[in-house]
Write a protein that binds this ligand. Structure first.
Ligand SMILES: [Zn+2]
Length: 267
């Protein structure tokens, strides 16, 4: 499932490929999951130039001269610059063509993603702070931790507090911070809060450097797998030795999601 690093990887790939491109047409499939708009509304994009790509949590925002198409990638959404790279062309829900001849395709097999259209820069009320943004400070994290009385795994995955972290990176962040996923937010000591503050952006930024994690659907814009799956310390490593202490990694279920951790290293 795409989390912040996968969406950010896509954004960074789209920028040099599509900034300055002018829409010729955009076609949506009958099954495209449109949230605040109708398929006809996308005709307004014809002739508009893409000036920038932004990300908020897991939302990808196209900035096109006063029109802002927004894509949420859901469980399986990806962008491809060539239809030939698509393994599931029947699941392409948006086809964008540009005056230069370039094309861009949005594929979403499981259709948990969605597409929106705004006339001004979209706000996402209720969406938490972006952990790679300037607003992510120790003070804000500490205030959130103190105010919530929940376990760390669920806290990290709740998009209302910190936006963009899902199941893979929540497990990896807690391993790096040496904290058990069962610990309660409001009970952390100050050095543990500091470790968490350090681990969150470090894990996400290194995953971006590795072009994201591919387990199933996720591909980069050029159709390639990410590389971060080769660097995971605990996720999907049940029974394998911890890279730090050698003890077998444990898998448990928390909030109906599988959680991986080392009982010895994470307290
Ligand atoms: Zn260990």
């Amino acid at each position: 499932m795409p989390e912040l690093p996968e969406v950010e990887t896509i954004r960074r790939q789209l920028l040099p490929l599509y900034r300055g491109e002018i829409f010729r047409e955009i076609r949506l499939s009958a099954l495209a999951a449109l949230q605040n708009c109708r398929a006809e509304d996308f005709q307004r994009l014809a002739g508009k130039r893409i000036d920038d790509f932004h990300r908020r949590g897991k939302f990808l925002i196209f900035e096109c001269q006063g029109i802002y198409p927004v894509f949420h990638l859901g469980m399986s959404g990806i962008f491809l610059k060539s239809k030939a790279e698509s393994l599931y062309p029947q699941h392409i829900h948006a086809e964008m063509r540009f005056k230069s001849g370039k094309e861009l395709f949005f594929q979403d097999m499981r259709r948990f993603g969605n597409i929106r259209l705004y006339s001004e820069f979209p706000q996402f009320p209720g969406l938490g702070i972006d952990p790679l943004g300037a607003e992510f400070t120790a003070g804000r994290l500490n205030a959130l931790l103190a105010a919530k009385k929940m376990n760390l795994k669920q806290f990290l995955m709740d998009q209302r507090y910190i936006a963009g972290i899902g199941n893979i990176y929540a497990s990896e962040i807690l391993f790096r911070a040496r904290l058990s996923p069962r610990r309660k937010t409001h009970e952390l000591k100050s050095r543990e809060r500091a470790a968490l503050f350090q681990a969150i952006p470090a894990i996400l930024a290194s995953a971006v450097e590795n072009f994201g994690t591919t387990y199933s659907a996720y591909r980069t814009v050029t159709g390639e797998s990410g590389e971060n799956q080769h660097f995971l310390q605990v996720y999907q490593r049940e029974g394998e030795p911890c890279h730090r202490c050698g003890r077998a990694i444990i898998k448990t279920v928390m909030g109906s999601r599988s959680t991986f951790y080392c009982e010895k290293c994470q307290r």
